[in-house]
Unconditional design. Structure first.
Length: 158
């Protein structure tokens, strides 16, 4: 059996098998272990052609800083996912060193937030960004509102 990449275009969260697998990995590893796992996985995913082109464009437009990566996320999300809400970048301290921002996921399908797997995977992606730009930092989930499909992340770096 030959496996191939999915066709280019919109991505979605419709694969029940992927969700079940992610939930199982999250259940076995717990929050810290799953986030660490997903940090590595998201780094590998950045080499996929669609995401690599978004990443290369972001670096050319904004530079290789935590702020650039976080700003890029809002754009990349809208270009990649359909009917999955949006991500909003909210700067709190705009400094290359000792910076702080909030990322707000809103309008995400609530049913996909109830296990906590997706919230932790996105936190792992933000951790990967900090690694990519060689910054020490921290990603915290400040709040999760299941009814509104809203997650708020606090991201800080030095």
């Amino acid at each position: 059996m030959r496996l191939s990449s999915p066709p280019p275009g919109w991505a979605g969260f419709r694969s029940k098998q992927n969700l079940k697998l992610s939930d199982a990995i999250h259940h076995v590893l717990g929050n810290p272990g799953f986030r660490h796992f997903f940090t590595g996985l998201s780094g590998r995913m950045m080499t996929y052609p669609l995401l690599q082109s978004f990443f290369d464009g972001a670096v050319r437009l904004f530079g290789l800083t935590p702020q650039a990566m976080l700003k890029w996320t809002a754009y990349a999300w809208e270009q990649t996912f359909r009917d999955c809400g949006k991500i909003i970048y909210q700067p709190r301290r705009e400094a290359v060193n000792d910076g702080k921002a909030e990322m707000v996921l809103e309008g995400f399908p609530p049913a996909l937030l109830h296990t906590g797997t997706f919230s932790e995977s996105l936190a792992g992606t933000f951790d990967m960004y900090l690694q990519r730009v060689s910054k020490n930092g921290r990603v915290d989930i400040l709040s999760i509102d299941l009814e509104k499909g809203r997650v708020v992340y606090d991201i800080s770096w030095q």
